[in-house]
Design a protein around this ligand. Structure first.
Ligand SMILES: *[C@@H]1O[C@H](CO)[C@@H](O)[C@H](O)[C@H]1NC(C)=O
Ligand SMILES: *[C@@H]1O[C@H](CO)[C@@H](O)[C@H](O)[C@H]1NC(C)=O
Ligand SMILES: *[C@@H]1O[C@H](CO)[C@@H](O)[C@H](O)[C@H]1NC(C)=O
Ligand SMILES: *[C@@H]1O[C@H](CO)[C@@H](O)[C@H](O)[C@H]1NC(C)=O
Ligand SMILES: *[C@@H]1O[C@H](CO)[C@@H](O)[C@H](O)[C@H]1NC(C)=O
Length: 435
């Protein structure tokens, strides 16, 4: 019997899985390829293998490589066969024997492969999805995967794939969910994803991607962007607010600079904004209060200075608020602690001086390591110089460097759990806890 993915599976899966998004402390990769030369070597190997076998030409040339005794229900399954055989060759470790049955013409019966009627021709079955999550496979992604032109899902979460994403992925015009999380991919942002017209979910977290993230990412009609736990390092592009996503997780990278002004344009769609553990250094914009649909706001472990804007008290849907481990000062606005849905408010490790009594009524909050009088676990007087000066309202340009407090700054590696995620739920399971 063939496994099938019916076309309507693609919607309900979003609502099924409750997940804890980020397991702390990556460090999963012990033998990761980290530098550009190795990445480009693998890229070259991918291309070379591909050209050696198939040249540069059209898909017709693939026929030669398929044993003539194999019979396929339709040409697309034959192409899929070629793709899977190439992939199998590119897999150098398969401890769970997932690819053991990747033989013969019945590709729909291969482990991890899901078929369904083609969207443009329901009379034929084609490969619609790949799910090899938690497969522990090691190897790379060959260019031939571009032959899987009918796939909507590509999930290879929690494997040991290295190298880069092949350019041939641009042929995957139906690809809707791309989950490469918790692998060993390296190099620049995989620009080829920008060419996928149907893409909605992009999950690159827990890899070793580095460098800038392209502006064009925020012009795409995506629902969710997960790029946390990589090595991206740049200012946040100023067009970030053009993105229609409901969830954006940039945590645990090396982003720096300001929160771009444009995020106010995400007020109708944004549910979760997770920026924890980067190098963001600016004031907290007053206009943040426009993001009325936010349920989770986590800017902890950055270098934000100035006051906590009173306008956060307008975020009536807010459930999780984490501003801990910054250099914020002044008073906590009373309105914030009165928010009707607020479940957990962390503002420890800042330089706040004023704490309205209503904040002490919150069920879950953390006010430790501030400058409150009469509260436990505060900074000692000797430890704190005057809090850093508030910079002028800042959006686009970096504020003047605040005076560094002479106390030990918060640990730069944030190991605590991140809030549970409540908004859009996501089809793939998250990487397993890594500690
Ligand atoms: C995988 O296959 C090999 C050889 O057939 C076998 O020795 C091993 O036990 C298999 N591993 C699993 C996890 O099934
Ligand atoms: C599909 O695979 C199963 C085992 O994985 C096997 O028993 C079955 O015969 C296969 N079906 C076809 C049509 O090849
Ligand atoms: C918000 O979007 C509008 C319309 O696209 C644009 O004109 C405006 O510049 C954007 N605001 C910011 C702050 O980027
Ligand atoms: C945004 O919030 C409004 C009002 O709180 C609500 O009606 C709407 O459904 C929300 N939209 C999303 C995408 O969450
Ligand atoms: C509240 O949030 C903080 C920071 O995200 C987290 O460490 C803590 O575990 C949360 N508490 C509860 C009870 O969810």
């Amino acid at each position: 019997m063939k496994k099938r993915v019916s076309s309507n599976i693609f919607l309900p899966i979003f609502f099924n899985i409750v997940f804890t998004l980020i397991s702390p402390a990556s460090s999963h990769a012990t033998t990761t390829l980290t530098d550009h030369s190795q990445a480009s070597f693998i890229k070259q190997r991918q291309l070379l293998d591909y050209r050696e076998q198939f040249g540069y030409g059209s898909d017709d040339q693939f026929d030669d490589s398929v044993p003539s005794q194999l019979v396929f229900d339709n040409p697309r399954l034959k192409s899929a066969y070629i793709a899977f055989q190439a992939w199998k060759q590119a897999i150098i470790s398969d401890p769970l024997n997932l690819t053991l049955n990747w033989v013969g013409s019945d590709v729909c019966n291969y482990t991890g492969v899901f078929c369904s009627p083609a969207l443009d021709d329901p009379s034929i079955e084609t490969v619609a999805g790949i799910d090899l999550n938690h497969g522990d496979l090691a190897g790379y992604l060959p260019e031939e995967l571009g032959l899987l032109t009918d796939i909507a899902l590509f999930h290879i979460n929690s494997n040991r794939f290295c190298g880069t994403l092949p350019w041939s992925f641009q042929k995957l015009k139906l690809l809707f969910e791309l989950d490469l999380s918790n692998n060993r991919f390296v190099g620049k942002f995989p620009y080829v994803v920008l060419r996928l017209p149907s893409l909605k979910f992009l999950d690159l977290r827990f890899n070793e991607f580095e460098g800038k993230i392209p502006k064009a990412l925020f012009e795409k009609d995506l629902d969710a962007i997960f790029i946390n736990h990589n090595r991206f390092a740049s200012q946040l592009p100023d067009n970030i607010g053009n993105s229609p996503v409901s969830v954006i997780v940039l945590a645990n990278n090396k982003f720096h600079g300001c929160l771009p002004m444009s995020i106010v344009n995400m007020s109708k769609t944004l549910n979760e904004l997770i920026l924890t553990n980067n190098g963001l250094r600016s004031c907290f914009p007053q206009e943040i209060g426009l993001l009325k649909n936010l349920t989770v706001l986590d800017v902890s472990n950055n270098k934000l200075v100035g006051q906590l804007p009173d306008s956060i008290g307008e975020l009536v849907n807010l459930e999780q608020l984490n501003v801990a481990h910054n250099m914020l000062s002044g008073s906590i606005p009373e309105r914030i602690c009165s928010l009707p849905n607020l479940q957990n408010f962390s503002f420890d490790y800042n330089f706040f001086t004023g704490e309205p009594p209503v904040c002490l009524d919150l069920e879950i909050f953390d006010d430790s390591r501030n400058c409150f009088t009469g509260r436990p676990l505060q900074r000692s007087r000797l430890q704190y110089p005057p809090p850093p000066p508030s910079p002028p309202p800042c959006w686009q340009q970096s504020p003047p460097t605040p005076v560094q407090p002479s106390i030990p700054t918060p640990s730069p590696t944030y190991n605590g759990p991140l809030p549970p995620f409540k908004g859009v739920e996501y089809a793939s399971p998250p990487p397993p806890p890594l500690y």
